[in-house]
Design a binder for this molecule. Structure first.
Ligand SMILES: [Zn+2]
Length: 238
């Protein structure tokens, strides 16, 4: 299928990006890690961010990854994974909680859009995790709807404490792994997609200063050990 711009001329870059859109879990994971590596190295390509891409995806989307991430302003998915329009289906709440609307959004992407990978994205020094630990220590749940965030993170805190993990970043990693489990336990739809091999779920922990992601959980387990291809040297001009 060929694409043409408004002038009728071919738009080769758009076609090239579409041709490389991952359609299975391991490819999608490798693509995300490769993009994060470019971001960390200071060699981003900013793919799929031009007018041609905007036009190409206006009539439909086929994102290759769902990102269930913390709302933290320093955790912008398209930036830290060096992607663009139509690539990532992003669902964000403070502390990447997994309530009904989040689960429904994940199920929409996986079943309707055919997205092959779900990523839970947490980070060091997470304010939601810190607020939860503070609430646990003082015995005082925050007022307003912030209490709902604390309630949602509390089971992860209890699990971390049971494992003897007390530092915030250690608790964050436990919470990421717990969120992966919660998605699969609370969504039989997602669990079935994973069981059929059409989708995978991976938990990534992001470091704010370094910009790098590190896998802390994956279902199936082998996914996070996927070999990431070396980034080709000189990318074509965008
Ligand atoms: Zn956070």
């Amino acid at each position: 299928m060929s694409h043409t711009g408004t002038s009728g001329q071919p738009v080769p870059q758009r076609t090239a990006e579409q041709a490389t859109t991952p359609r299975e879990p391991a490819q999608a994971y490798a693509e995300l890690v490769a993009g994060n590596r470019r971001f960390v190295d200071g060699t981003p390509r900013h793919p799929n961010q031009d007018a041609g891409r905007r036009a190409a995806v206006a009539d439909g989307q086929h994102p290759f990854a769902v990102i269930v991430g913390c709302s933290d302003s320093r955790l912008a998915a398209e930036i830290i994974f060096d992607r663009g329009l139509g690539d990532l289906f992003v669902v964000r709440t403070a502390g990447h909680t997994a309530g009904p609307e989040v689960l429904g959004s994940v199920e929409y992407a996986v079943t309707v859009l055919g997205t092959p990978l779900v990523v839970v994205l947490g980070h060091d020094s997470c304010g939601a995790v810190q607020a939860t630990r503070a609430a646990s220590t003082t015995g005082s749940i925050p007022g307003g709807h912030l209490g709902a965030v604390v309630d949602a993170v509390l089971p992860s805190l209890r699990r971390a404490q049971a494992q003897g993990v007390d530092d915030i970043d250690g608790i964050v990693d436990v919470h990421i792994a717990q969120t992966v489990e919660t998605l699969l336990e609370q969504s039989p739809v997602l669990a079935d997609e994973v069981a059929q091999g059409r989708c995978a779920v991976v938990g990534l922990s992001y470091r704010l200063a370094a910009g790098v992601v590190r896998p802390v959980a994956a279902v199936p387990a082998g996914l996070a050990t996927v070999e990431v291809p070396t980034d080709p040297a000189a990318p074509a001009a965008a």
